[in-house]
Design a protein around this ligand. Sequence first.
Ligand code: TEU
Length: 560
Amino acid sequence: MTINKKDKLWWKTATIYQIYPKSFCDSGAQGSGDIKGIISKLDYLKTLGIDAIWLTPVYESPMIDNGYDISDYYAINPEFGTMADFDELLAAAHQRGIRIVMDIVVNHTSTAHAWFQSALGDKNSPYRDYYIWKDPIYGQAPTNWQSKFGGNAWELDEATGQYYLHLFAKEQADLNWENPKVREEVKGIISYWADKGVDGFRLDVINLISKQQDFPNDEIGDGRRFYTDGPRVHEYLQEISEAVFQQYGSVTVGEMSSTTLEHCQQYSNVDNSELSMVFNFHHLKVDYTNGEKWTNAPFDFLQLKSIFNHWQTGLNGKGWGALFWCNHDQPRIVSRLGDDKNYRVESAKMLAASVHMMQGTPYIYQGEEIGMTNPGYTDIEQYRDVESTNMYQLMVEEQGVSHPDMMDILAQKSRDNSRTPMQWNSAMNAGFSEGKPWLDVAKNYVDINAEKALQDKDSVFYFYKRLIELRKEVAVITQGDYTDLLPEHERVFAYQRKTETQTLVSINNYYGETSEVELPNELELDKAQLLLGNYPDEQSHIPSNTVTLRPYETKILLIE
Ligand code: TEU
């Protein structure tokens, strides 16, 4: 089976699997994952039934931000292998009917990139204007904007006395998209990979590329309002889309940081003038205290349902969203919103079902399909993520947060929670590598691993496999309108998807206590068939509209 290049909307019934190569599979003993390791696991992914792989960056990089700091867009980082390895992966995936979506990071480059190295210290460099340089103001940074990784977002270039902008690490210099030469370089980069046969692109923080050109101080915030969904962002995306994406028929997904529904309706407009679909993160901030990530708070369940309602109804017929809980930046969802001690399997399945029955394209992050958990690190030396180590230093050493409190926060919120090595089996290092892993393996790998999951028909793995199949079999999942059936219920999330011929009902108990709910009478549940549930002794039919849900129980019902 190969790829049907004529099917331009394949992604509307597809499920995409995200691979973070550094933590996926090491073909040797280097202790970090590589492309050959991915190739060795393609049959596992084929068994799962996914349609495409989103590959996070494998380009040349100093790895300050594990590849999101690119120093050569046209070369493969030797840590991951060679260009021949990449070409082999692309061919082997296509042979299995699996598409490849590459990560494109063009809001910024590594400061090790040749462009930046030429620009640094030389105002006359032909690449100086590829970046954003400003004079100090009263001897200070040009604005008070904060980097998302802590500290001020400007770094001084001593030789020229100017500062350059970095919204992320100081080793990640923001590109100046106002410069048409930068936009032409971006078109060249994307075309190169599209010419190789890459099927699509995930665009890193792409809604940050247009900055307000007067660069004002932010007296009420961290500066994001002056560069998020900025003044020319849609113009830039339409330019790139017309020049490249539409020419190659590439699927595209934009990572939209702190965005709005209105902008996302335009970014993922059905006229395909910009992108195919968008990631937004509002549903993953319901456990932030006052919007602040580096806190620990119980998640706000009613807010979560309200956000899902806003986006499901707001994008229906106007745009297209990615459906996801996990990625390489987010903690493991079964530890975050489920119960990874007493109801790991039930809550992992329920959380999956509660988003996979929505409209959009689901993304499964490596290990999510076997219910991998946060590792519960206890020593600051175990952490590797630049955001986490920066925030530890800022909060403990500068802001006086206690070490134990910060360790509790990191154990919940650090990006390393999702970057622990993939757990393949119960052998040494969970079968991830023959060498010492770059990041400690979670101790529960002996019980939670892919080999064990494949041998258990009731595992989380086969539940995800069935969700992937249902998306292709049941049209209402892709096409149906969305209605929240119990918006005010404190424990149960129940919604309906409806077309003229089908009604699907997804009922999800988000807590560890049994709940009984009354569903609206107009729902003819007595005519419903159970498509999927997460308790082995499921009743195949629901006798009435009064439904009892066991801890973390989910039911997917279809009425035709
Ligand atoms: O992430 C964007 C971003 O804001 C992340 O920092 C993430 O949302 C945040 O850590 C959650 O608290 C993208 C990439 O996914 C991330 O890995 C990179 O570090 C970042 O951009 C810079 O390229």
